[in-house]
Design a protein around this ligand. Structure first.
Ligand code: SF4
Length: 358
């Protein structure tokens, strides 16, 4: 009996650039067309924001129709777009199967940062994170990750936001738990869309094998660690993954990452009142950051439903900041962006992302 479900068309956004050209050369070759057509399509995909093959006007109509019969540019529909008073713009994207994911555009004076999601929901269960509380739905494909960039780039151009300068994988999901899609998506954004590797940051709660894999990549992708405590026992309460890859193991992986590429790591430290802001934790955090030459972002906690926690007082935050600075650690306090539209990207971390250190 034949399978009643027709195969899904190939999503060109999910192919790494070399594979995209090979695939299209094969397609055009089978149709008696010259190989250069493949590069023509690649240009439309990466350098323009056309929504479909019918807009690829330097291709014959029959070729556009043949492409549309075989491939898709798998962009999601925007379910909602909310723009904050400070210009932060949150998209809620509806994927082909109805799943919803968020991405956030964060404009600052000299850059436009896009925060991407890598999974629908998240299985990590971090106690301070709205996404963690809502559970895991599924991994995104490489194409679904990249599509958030392409659709956001178009939206930014249409709304005078200018070009996207930086990308952070800090939206819904743990990117290094979806490495099968995240690795190709990094390649596509970097080599296809031309976003510099040093302008792309992968943020993790500490998936050690994923950090080691990233360290081995020749490109200079950057790494941010959701640290939130310099002490194992407390970190375990905030991030269940700590049980699997405890802090000493994480630190070893970070040393390997730093040694491999000379790339500076960023620590994100969400400051939660009376949870992880005790003054005696500040020197411990400072020592850890100093040893790893890490930059530290201190982020006042952004309250979420289901949790009675609140942000640390500004006194506590200033205390941490001064202890770190006195001990020679580069540190910044990141004020939440887009708070009025709840643009925390499903996580508190998103508040810190605008100024990941170069
Ligand atoms: S902080 Fe990140 S890893 Fe933890 S639950 Fe939220 S999305 Fe998942």
């Amino acid at each position: 009996m034949s399978d009643p479900t027709p195969p899904r068309p190939i999503d060109l956004l999910g192919l790494v650039p070399d594979a995209l050209v090979v695939e299209l050369e094969r397609h055009f070759g089978a149709r008696g067309q010259k190989a250069f057509r493949a590069r023509q399509v690649a240009r439309w995909v990466y350098e323009t924001d056309v929504r479909g093959f019918d807009e690829m006007t330097d291709l014959p109509t029959a070729e556009r129709e043949a492409l549309a019969a075989t491939y898709v540019l798998g962009e999601p529909d925007a379910d909602t777009v909310e723009v904050s008073d400070d210009g932060t713009a949150k998209h809620l994207w509806r994927l082909h199967d109805g799943e919803l994911v968020e991405s956030v555009l964060i404009p600052t004076e000299d850059r436009l940062t896009l925060c991407l999601s890598s999974q629908a929901g998240c299985a990590m269960g971090c106690t301070f994170c709205a996404t963690g509380w809502s559970g895991f739905r599924r991994h995104l494909t490489a194409g679904e990750i990249v599509a958030q960039y392409r659709a956001s780039r178009r939206w930014a151009a249409e709304h005078d936001y200018g070009p996207i300068t930086n990308i952070v994988y800090m939206g819904m999901g743990e990117p290094l738990a979806n490495r099968g899609a995240v690795h190709p998506s990094l390649t596509i954004l970097n080599r296809g869309f031309g976003v510099g590797a040093r302008r792309i940051t992968v943020s993790t709660v500490g998936v050690v094998p994923g950090i080691l894999e990233l360290a081995k990549r020749p490109e200079q992708f950057k790494l941010a660690i959701s640290l939130h405590s310099p002490v194992e026992a407390l970190r375990r309460e905030l991030i269940p993954l700590e049980k699997r890859w405890p802090l000493p193991e994480l630190v070893e992986a970070l040393k390997a990452f730093e040694t491999a590429g000379g790339r500076r790591i960023t620590f994100e430290y969400t400051m939660i009142r009376d949870v992880n802001d005790a003054p005696e934790l500040a020197p411990l955090l400072a020592d850890l950051a100093f040893d790893l030459h890490a930059f530290v972002n201190l982020i006042p906690f952004n309250p979420i439903p289901w949790q009675a926690w609140g942000p640390s007082t500004s006194e506590r935050i200033r205390h941490f900041q001064s202890v770190l600075a006195q001990r020679g650690v580069d540190v910044a306090v990141r004020e939440p962006r887009g708070r009025d539209i709840d643009a925390a990207c499903g996580q508190l971390r998103a508040n810190a992302l605008v100024q990941i250190q170069e």
